[in-house]
Design a protein around this ligand. Sequence first.
Ligand code: ADQ
Length: 473
Amino acid sequence: MSRLIVISNRVSVPQAAGVPGAQGGLAVALSSALREHRGIWFGWSGQETEEFTGHLNMQRNEDVTTATVDLEPQDIEEYYNGYANRTLWPLFHYRIDLTEYDRNFSEGYERVNARFADSVLPLIEPDDLVWVHDYHLLPFGSILRQKGVRNRIGLFLHTPWPPARLLVSLPLHEQLVSSMLEYDVIGFQTDEWLGSFLHYVEREMGLTVDEDGSIDYNGRKIIARAFPIGIDYTEFVEGANSDEANVAHDRLRASIRGRKMLIGVDRLDYSKGLGERFESFGRFLSDNPDQAGNVVLLQIAPPSREDVASYQQIREDLERRTGHINGAHADVGFVPIRYVNRGYSRRELAGFYRAADIGLVTPLRDGMNLVAKEYVAAQSPENPGVLILSQFAGAALQLTDALLVNPHSVEHVSETIKRALEMPLAERRQRHEKLLASVQNEDVVHWREQFIAALFGEAGSLTAERPTHDHLV
Ligand code: ADQ
């Protein structure tokens, strides 16, 4: 069996389930794949060092080997805060207004990708499968190729891929995309992002895309395909039935005193549409004075990327909006928006989801959105809540039985909240049953097996000089 080498910006050291703050579904899924394949997980430690040495910090936890390196402050500024989070993240979420182009950022990005490649190179053996994750590492595969690595290498992009008309605003866009064509497999969350990518390579690069979606490039065939990510369903449901989840559920229900509750859980990020969500809830309260005092929105939003100015602005903006809406609608014993900036364990979150009558998931653009799937998985089938989901989340392509909304329209979202609150039990159950089947069947294990099978090499995707592997999975 081939080993699996996972490369991602950050590495999550495996922890036992149930530990407060234990890692999320992706980390759990990757850890179990690494365990099965005797693999290694490589990435940045999250730590700073004065001078980059490439020293690998190797650890073994719960049968998974992790290898991390520290980065210099300039690397962190230009690669992580710069090109990854000030250039690619906003551009990939269709926010060219927030996209910053700076040559130092792109140089830092290339430099850190090369440093990562140099560091991990001695760990790669000829038969290993290499699985690279996300927008931080798009050129990583091409750098490994330059260093003579002939292994199968795949990339999975967790974010959207922007339409070609937006992507061409990125200086050196063609160089970036060409570097991605050194992978054997390129995975996207949905057919929509895949379609944008294929459109770009056909129209901007003049390449041929075959019927099966594979791209002809320099005599090789690259598989480009959608692999929608899911949650670790089994682990999540187990957590949702735990004592910790029940305590969190009961505590929250008691505190809302028989009112109806909506829940939002998101990293504090402009792509999540939190400002628009608060405005929509405010509109709902204004349009339905009979409901004022009976409905609460709990928004959990842990801060992220605090060194980037646009993230500081969103935080201030949300505090202002919360104050404004609460000021207009609160009463002595009632505050309509509970806005909380901290993390919770996955089990507590599951209890909170179950306590909520409505899951309000309204990103302006999202690669997938796992919160929507977690909300569905946490509901009690006898009395499930209603999922309101943005049509611009990747998850909307699978969760078609949610109430789909345009998050930019405060009227539409406000009316949909009303509809969800009034939805009869029979309809809630019917919708939930279908949503649950999708979340359960297309879980993270399914995702990872599909990707690894494609990476392992489907017929026609291996070139003659690459080793053939026909003994895995
Ligand atoms: P994110 O943008 O981080 O992920 P999402 O898919 O919603 O978005 O995942 C967030 C995760 O963090 C969820 O598992 C959620 O439970 C957890 N979380 C959020 N707030 C929390 C809190 N306060 N305490 C504890 N846990 C919290 C990126 C892409 C998404 C894509 C995922 C996976 O932007 O589109 O779905 O990767 O590919």
